[in-house]
Design a protein around this ligand. Structure first.
Ligand SMILES: [Zn+2]
Length: 296
């Protein structure tokens, strides 16, 4: 594949169906370098790493889109976050190795939360779908059918090196004149064709060649590839804000016991260390009335 970490949007114009293909290479490898996941945990995380940029492409947002599953099963937490600029990160926490499917056996009783944060206006939208069905793609397809009332289907694949996926969504009926078509028939036919793409093809084939071959009865309009990458977005400033959130007394307590405050980002493993001078500086710059009132 020419552009290894990319998102490709396409349109099947006659059938009025939009599509997206996401391919991750380095982005996925960066996630795998930062933790040793059992095979089945890796699999569900890889699926989520592909699903999030697929979903992001169908929603207008300028901040972050987060997919999270938190439950009582072997995988207790899964978080994947994508930014509007194509940067994304993800992690999973597990108690034991889950089976490959169904979702219930992986997450236990859990809900999948899809949160969209607007960058500029600070608005947050949250959608929820039950984590049931065999695969993540089933649950997320259902989420779209419910929230947007548009038939949507996803296919998600990954191995230890790459992750890739495809999303198809029927667009709202347009008033554009033209020959009348059977929308249901178009949708069934196109989804059936998409379903014939093997995991290996989606992971390794050139999109430019794959699409015309799979949708040979349709005119495929392929848009320019958008770059995707691993990006954490954590920083010393954000970590400082976490310490500030602890409050002065708590922060001083940790300093007394540990000598320093060390915070490791779980997404990227980068470590930030704060000594007593750093901690004083955090609270000094904050407000004239720190919670203990002893800062003078
Ligand atoms: Zn980080």
């Amino acid at each position: 594949m020419t552009d290894k970490d990319s998102r490709y949007r396409f349109l099947l114009e006659k059938a009025n169906i939009r599509g997206v293909i996401v391919h991750l290479d380095e982005t996925w490898k960066e996630v795998l370098r930062r933790a040793q996941y059992p095979h089945t945990v890796q699999r569900i995380l890889g699926h989520a790493m592909v699903a999030v940029p697929l979903l992001a492409s169908t929603i207008k947002f300028d901040g972050r889109l987060t997919l999270q599953a938190r439950g009582s099963g072997p995988v207790k937490l899964l978080v994947v976050q994508a930014r509007a600029d194509g940067g994304q990160r993800g992690l999973a926490q597990w108690l034991s190795e889950p089976p490959e499917q169904p979702l219930q056996a992986i997450f236990g009783d859990a809900t999948l939360t899809i949160q969209i944060e607007s960058g500029k206006r600070g608005e947050v939208y949250q959608g929820v779908v039950e984590a049931d069905g065999d695969l993540l793609q089933d649950a997320l397809g259902r989420y779209f059918e419910n929230s947007e009332q548009l038939p949507t289907q996803l296919w998600l694949h990954c191995d230890g090196d790459q992750a890739a996926g495809m999303l198809l969504q029927q667009l709202p009926e347009s008033d554009a004149s033209g020959e009348p078509r059977d929308r249901d028939d178009d949708w069934r036919r196109v989804a059936l064709m998409a379903g014939t793409v093997s995991s290996e093809e989606l992971l390794s084939a050139e999109v430019q060649q794959l699409l015309p071959r799979v949708f040979s009865e349709d005119e495929v309009r392929l848009f320019d590839a958008e770059p995707l990458s691993f990006a954490c977005g954590c920083s010393r400033e954000r970590t400082s804000a976490l310490i500030e959130g602890l409050g002065y007394t708590e922060a001083k307590d940790i300093l007394q016991q540990e000598g320093q405050i060390e915070i490791t980002c779980e997404f990227c493993n980068s470590k930030n260390v704060f000594d007593s001078i750093d901690v004083e500086a955090i609270f000094r710059s904050d407000s004239p009335n720190p919670d203990t009132g002893t800062l003078h």
